[in-house]
Design a protein. Structure first.
Length: 411
């Protein structure tokens, strides 16, 4: 090969730069023939069921062995050549995939999780959906799925909620919620390790049991010495299915031992990262006497940038800054054990969409029990209770806040 034909080395070929390049690709064409069609909520079509199902009792739905979904789902297909087809709201039902579909062989899949709430003010709202949609774009980029304008995805989510929300979360039953699962999968029916050239977005709405108040608080068991959930340079910061399947064996074993979730440790020093699939927080007194709210950082992309996590940190800095240091840094299980031995542990909680803000009462590590103070009669302790109340008030309309997005309802 002649020297002039040798390709130029890409000096920016690092994980961080690759992800920046993918996530910053334009999501809207500047002219009709520059890029394939973008995801466009204005093209949404409605094919509503003629036979809506009876809405089940929440307890019955959550006791079922199958996830109960609402009457409708939203779908949109994508091809590399044509871009996004018009999205459609249609009756909930099975998807059609070829056995060779990319998602079934190469884990080309990402998803989001958020909730829709029936407020005590009678309004239907969701919580910071813009953050979920932005994170889904980041996840799609990481897993080589098509990109989109997050604002368009948010519009589609709200459109589906406006159809099924009024009947499945009636105004005469305030204080209830449903779970929203936007999912993006590679559907190209060709075996071969490659970025899929066909994909499907779908959004469903389901029931989810309340997980934020286990009797006696959440009990955690630290991860096995030879197992990690995520690693630096991997995809722990993206919400992809591949993050979850490999963690199930350890979680099942912990539950057989009487614990709720795994406290995932990382590295030779045992850095505290996440509690199950939730972000993990501790309130303690530092050795210098200052009270501190601490959680793992995002700088190495090891953990998920949780929407609840982000909201807790923003609210704590705004409302608790005078009494607490709010810290995002690496800290180890040995630091937690030392704080316990010295009587400096104040409280702890896990936070995420599924568990909301859930008090942690115990951690078991290598044969040693760490007992964490709870409030009166095993209720959430002071800081946990304040944070849970403040965010819950936004979700359920007890206060007006920009994070609570009100949904127009189709009757």
């Amino acid at each position: 090969m002649a020297p002039s034909a040798i390709p130029t080395q890409d000096v920016d070929l690092t994980a961080a730069n690759i992800q920046v390049k993918e996530a910053t690709q334009p999501t809207k064409p500047t002219t009709d023939d520059v890029l394939p069609a973008p995801l466009d909520a204005s093209k949404l079509t409605y094919n509503l069921t003629k036979n809506p199902r009876e809405v089940p009792d929440e307890a019955v739905a959550n006791a079922s062995e199958h996830t109960i979904c609402t009457d409708h789902m939203l779908t949109a297909t994508w091809t590399a050549a044509g871009g996004w087809a018009a999205p459609e709201i249609k009756p909930y039902g099975p998807l059609s995939l070829m056995p060779t579909a990319s998602v079934l062989h190469y884990a080309t899949e990402c998803f989001e999780g958020l909730k829709v709430y029936r407020g005590y003010d009678g309004k239907l709202r969701t919580f910071r959906p813009d953050c979920n949609c932005a994170r889904m774009l980041l996840s799609a980029s990481r897993i080589s799925l098509p990109i989109f304008d997050p604002a368009e995805l948010e519009k589609l989510i709200l459109s589906l909620l406006s159809v099924d929300g009024p009947r499945w979360l009636p105004k005469d039953k305030p204080g209830n919620y449903l779970y929203i699962r936007p999912t993006l999968i590679g559907t190209q029916s060709q075996l071969g390790v490659q970025a899929p050239r066909e994909a499907m977005l779908y959004i469903i709405i389901t029931y989810m049991p309340k997980l934020d108040s286990p009797v006696g608080g959440m009990r955690l068991h630290t991860s096995p010495e030879d197992m990690v959930r995520a690693w630096v340079g991997g995809f722990g910061y993206a919400k992809v299915g591949a993050n979850y399947g490999p963690s199930l064996a350890a979680t099942s074993d912990a539950r057989r031992r009487g614990y709720h979730q795994i406290l995932w440790l990382y590295g030779k020093d045992g850095e505290c990262t996440e509690a199950g699939a939730s972000n993990f927080f501790i309130v303690w007194t530092r050795k210098d006497g200052k009270k501190e709210l601490i959680t793992a950082p995002l700088d190495d992309k090891l953990i998920l940038d949780g929407v609840t996590r982000r909201s807790i940190l923003e609210m704590a800095r705004e409302r608790l800054g005078d009494e607490l240091e709010i810290t995002e840094r690496k800290y180890t299980i040995d630091e937690v054990i030392e704080a316990d031995a010295e009587g400096r542990l104040i409280e702890s909680f896990a936070a995420g969409t599924a568990y909301f803000v859930c008090p942690v009462s115990a951690i078991h590590h290598r044969g040693k029990d760490i007992n964490i103070p709870m409030g009166p009669e095993n209720t959430p302790n002071v800081i946990t209770s304040k944070i849970k109340t403040w965010i819950g008030d936004i979700m359920y309309g007890n206060v007006s806040h920009k994070w609570g997005v009100v949904i127009p309802e189709k009757q």
